[in-house]
Write a protein that binds this ligand. Structure first.
Ligand code: ATP
Ligand code: MG
Ligand code: FE
Length: 334
């Protein structure tokens, strides 16, 4: 079974082909980061235009690397939401055109289901499974009792973790996307600055906007008093606050729901500090297996979309040729 995946929800144009749901045959990602950098964030119109320009090139490379023809592809899986509507539409329309031209089944995939299923390219799921999804637009704990069944047990009430990283980085005058820069800086500093943790007691919800404001205020107050603050220490303190909350809540939820596996998903899963903290926490939990994808499968890619699509394909889910893009799509069960 060969599934071709397409991802264009944000600023990565990506096409991948996977075999039997778990084996990557080709995985091509064209990033637009350079074009958005000077604006300090993703500009939707520019993203759409890049997807149009890059799509056929990326598709051709993915097909060439896989040494396959369309006659051998069993289904086309495409991100139908959430994301930037113009960006999503490029992928959805390309997928529909390919599905129609080659008479191949079409499958619409939720982008976050894709981030979660990136883990199945490494390990078979053992239910119940708990995923910590931390990306540019999402921060949530998702419980799964079977394939294609998602229950969001907690989510951020304001900023996503990645968004907080990017905003803090911007305050420290670092380029977009700031996550990797803060991560690097954090490892050179000491978490000596007192910053808040939003525990949202009694829930699995998150909140990061207060922390972000505290970082901005700390810099502002120091500036007014003429004190200098080492950005390394500020980055380390910020990162420690984010990680402490994420890891504590993940561990608590994993135990409460008696999960067999904990999966890490989304772009912030590339964070070295977070990966290390989760590894340290779960090495002692003999009953719970921790799965962390390699960096290339944490940030946006199409292999993860194909991986989620493969499960939907087996469940008999088929999209129609009038499929639309859904910028605010909820993660619900299939
Ligand atoms: P979503 O998946 O919610 O739609 P997105 O696709 O834009 O959002 P991803 O591509 O999954 O998000 O992740 C991008 C985010 O990950 C950015 O906010 C970026 O700063 C963050 N990020 C990447 N690497 C790191 C890192 N090492 N540490 C912290 N954050 C990181
Ligand atoms: Mg991106
Ligand atoms: Fe993403």
């Amino acid at each position: 079974q060969y599934i071709l995946g397409i991802e264009t929800s944000c600023d990565e144009t990506a096409v991948a082909i996977i075999k039997n749901g778990t084996e990557i045959i080709s995985n091509v990602v064209a990033s637009q980061i350079e074009s958005h950098k000077r604006f300090g964030g993703v500009v939707p119109e520019i993203a759409s235009r890049h997807h149009v320009e890059q799509f056929t090139i990326v598709l051709e490379e993915a097909m060439t690397n896989a040494k396959l023809t369309f006659a051998e592809i069993d289904a086309i899986a495409v991100t139908k939401g959430p994301g930037l509507v113009g960006a999503l539409l490029i992928g959805v329309n390309a997928a529909k055109a390919l599905a129609f031209a080659h008479q191949i089944p079409l499958i619409g995939v939720h982008h976050i289901a894709g981030h979660i299923y990136a883990n199945r390219l490494l390990k078979e799921f053992k239910f119940p499974v708990l995923s910590l999804v931390v990306s540019g637009g999402h921060t949530e704990l998702v419980l799964m009792k079977e394939h294609g069944h998602f229950e969001v047990i907690g989510e951020t009430l304001d900023d996503a973790a990645g968004e907080a990283y990017d905003k803090v980085a911007r305050t420290l005058k670092m380029p977009y996307p700031g996550g990797p820069h803060i991560d690097r800086l954090a490892h050179q500093g000491n978490p000596s600055i007192d910053l808040p943790r939003a525990w949202m007691e009694g829930t699995y919800h998150f909140s990061f906007s207060g922390l972000k404001s505290a970082v901005i205020n700390t810099l502002h107050n120091a500036d007014q008093k003429g004190i200098s603050i080492d950005p390394k220490d500020l980055a380390a303190s910020f990162q420690q606050s984010v990680i402490e909350v994420l890891v504590t809540k993940t561990e608590r939820a994993a135990k409460e729901y008696n999960v067999q596996q904990v999966l890490l998903a989304g772009g912030v899963a590339a964070n070295k500090g977070l990966r290390k903290a989760l590894e340290e926490t779960f090495t002692n939990e003999k009953e719970i297996e921790l799965v962390i994808p390699p960096l290339s499968l944490c940030t946006d890619n199409a292999a993860m979309i194909a991986a989620a699509g493969s499960i939907l394909f087996e469940k008999g889910v088929r999209g129609k040729l009038d499929m639309n893009a859904y910028p605010g799509l909820e993660l619900t069960s299939i």
